[in-house]
Design a binder for this molecule. Structure first.
Ligand code: PAF
Length: 281
């Protein structure tokens, strides 16, 4: 595996591999099994696998956890090597953002709900870095976890709307054996919160079961919220059901329904979701 730190070097390597299929996995590092699932899928479907590790300042708000976002490049490099990654791109913020162009990407409506509501500007920052990375890596396919459902919906929509020549591959959420979705931020949970955190997924399961049985969305959401409130010390940011990937109100014609939640614990805000694909639509 080759570690690349500069844009010039990356461009040269991509030019040398222009005839190969390139699978790309963008990450912010502190790799866990969720990332490894993305890397494994990329490895199985492409001739060249490129991963990036960049804790992107553009997607963190002023009071968010940019400075204390967990980092372990040595361990990440080893994990990426074991996963068969060919190129790992680890740029500095100065490499990625050498000057302020004054031009920005604004997501609009898709970013006004779910996580976007409490993280203004977050998805603009995600698209800023993804645009640059896609132009640099020129991937055939790029791999994103379904756990970050809103991010995935926005990237799919952006790529379709602006004709990026890349296929976006959705990869299912990887969970701990007790159901907690793998996340780099799980390290911030204390012991009590860690045991409570399994109730996010349980609440989503209860809500989706209720909805599938009754088609009563309000009742389903109430059951989910009640479950989190009775079983955790966390504060619900949202618990919602929306059409996917358009993130609009669910109607009879909605093909994919996203049940999603975010919960604030003392030092971490956790998210999780379940995506239901309706067979009869
Ligand atoms: O999901 C993430 O880790 C980040 O949002 C991404 C896609 C790597 C962009 O910085």
């Amino acid at each position: 595996m080759q570690t690349v730190e500069t844009i010039n070097e990356l461009k040269q390597i991509i030019a040398l591999n222009k005839d190969k299929t390139i699978g790309f996995v963008p990450t912010m590092g502190y790799l866990h099994e969720g990332h490894l699932a993305l890397l494994n899928k990329a490895r199985s479907e492409n001739e060249l696998v490129v991963a990036s590790i960049f804790v992107n300042p553009a997607q963190f708000g002023p009071n968010e956890d940019l400075d204390r976002y967990p980092r372990d490049i040595k361990r990440d490099t080893q994990l990426a090597t074991n996963a068969g990654v060919d190129i790992i791109f680890i740029p500095t913020p100065e490499q990625m953002y050498p000057f302020d162009s004054g031009i920005s990407i604004t997501v609009g409506d898709l970013s006004t709900k779910l996580c976007g509501e409490s993280r203004p500007g977050h998805f603009d920052g995600v698209l800023k870095v993804i645009t640059k990375l896609f132009h640099l890596v020129q991937p055939t396919k790029a791999y994103f976890g379904q756990k970050d459902a809103q991010q995935l919906a926005i990237i799919e929509t952006f790529v379709n709307a602006y004709n990026f020549p890349v296929e976006i591959v959705r990869v299912q959420t990887v969970r701990e054996s007790d159901g907690l979705a793998k996340s780099s931020r799980n390290v911030f949970l204390n012991e009590k919160e860690r045991s409570e955190a399994i109730h996010l997924y349980k609440a989503l399961q209860l809500a989706t079961i209720r909805w599938e049985e009754t088609k009563d969305l309000t009742a389903a959401i109430t059951i989910g919220k009640d479950h989190i409130e009775s079983n955790t010390s966390g504060k619900i940011d949202y618990f919602e059901a929306l059409s996917y990937p358009s993130l609009q109100q669910v109607t009879d014609d909605t093909k994919e329904v996203l049940f999603a939640t975010a919960v604030f614990f003392e030092k971490a805000r956790l998210i999780d979701n379940i995506l239901i694909v309706k067979k009869d639509v």
